[in-house]
Design a binder for this molecule. Structure first.
Ligand SMILES: Cc1cc2nc3c(=O)[nH]c(=O)nc-3n(C[C@H](O)[C@H](O)[C@H](O)COP(=O)(O)O)c2cc1C
Length: 203
């Protein structure tokens, strides 16, 4: 079955990046895919060091296997100093072409203020470096703390974002976030067909 994994690049308790990714993943499921969340806050992942084998680097080997099993990836990072977090960067350095082979990518960032474009561009550039197929859709949560409220009641069965400690209160951003997840799911299902080229001529 087609699989979509989200990666949350915030180590902060109560991360809004992670909250939004729960919504995106639930929306991806409605596209008929299996989902998985890699929460870097819960992972044992040392700073990437090329001199250390992945097998000897905490959870790295297991996390890379989960990335390789995915046909679609939703990358989430907090905005730190107008770019992505060190946790996101270090995780990304463990990844290579194998992890992104025929993989569709969606991007999402959460900012305290309004600086979202640079971070999204930086993520897009570095995903190209591993040949991921980044969708044109992307989500930037400006003033992220004002877009959510603490969850005060049990979620209804099947409610989107039910794994999150927060409820998304901004309707437009919730819609954009869910659309991102749904589209990653749909395109991940189509990916092998539109990415693979057979019998490509030599020029
Ligand atoms: C080291 C650091 C740098 C930050 N730099 C920015 C910034 O450049 N622009 C901005 O809008 N918010 C900035 N913030 C605020 C975070 O983007 C904001 O707290 C966001 O919610 C973090 O995502 P999270 O909730 O998933 O942890 C910064 C926060 C930290 C801790």
């Amino acid at each position: 079955m087609t699989r979509v994994v989200a990666v949350s690049g915030s180590l902060r308790d109560g991360s809004y990046t992670k909250a939004a990714l729960h919504y995106a993943l639930d929306a991806a499921e409605t596209a008929g895919v299996e989902t998985d969340l890699i929460d870097l806050a819960a992972a044992d992942l040392p700073l990437y060091d090329p001199d250390v084998d992945t097998e000897d680097a905490g959870d790295a080997a297991e996390l890379m296997a989960r990335m390789r099993a995915a046909d679609g990836v939703i990358l989430g990072s907090p905005v730190y100093h107008s770019s992505y977090s060190a946790a996101f960067r270090s995780f990304h350095d463990y990844c290579s072409y194998d992890e992104y082979d025929q993989t569709v990518v969606g991007l999402l960032v959460a900012a305290g203020g309004g600086t979202i474009a640079g971070t999204l561009n930086d993520m897009r550039t570095t995903v190209r470096g591993v040949h991921g197929w980044t969708l044109p859709n992307q989500v930037g949560l400006r003033g992220a703390r004002n877009k959510f409220e603490e969850r005060e009641r049990e979620p209804e069965p099947g409610e989107l974002g039910s794994g999150s400690q927060y409820v998304f209160t901004d309707e437009d951003l919730r819609n954009r976030t869910c659309k991102l997840g749904y589209r990653v799911g749909i395109y991940a299902k189509r990916a092998p067909e539109f990415i693979e080229i057979e019998n490509e001529p030599e020029w």
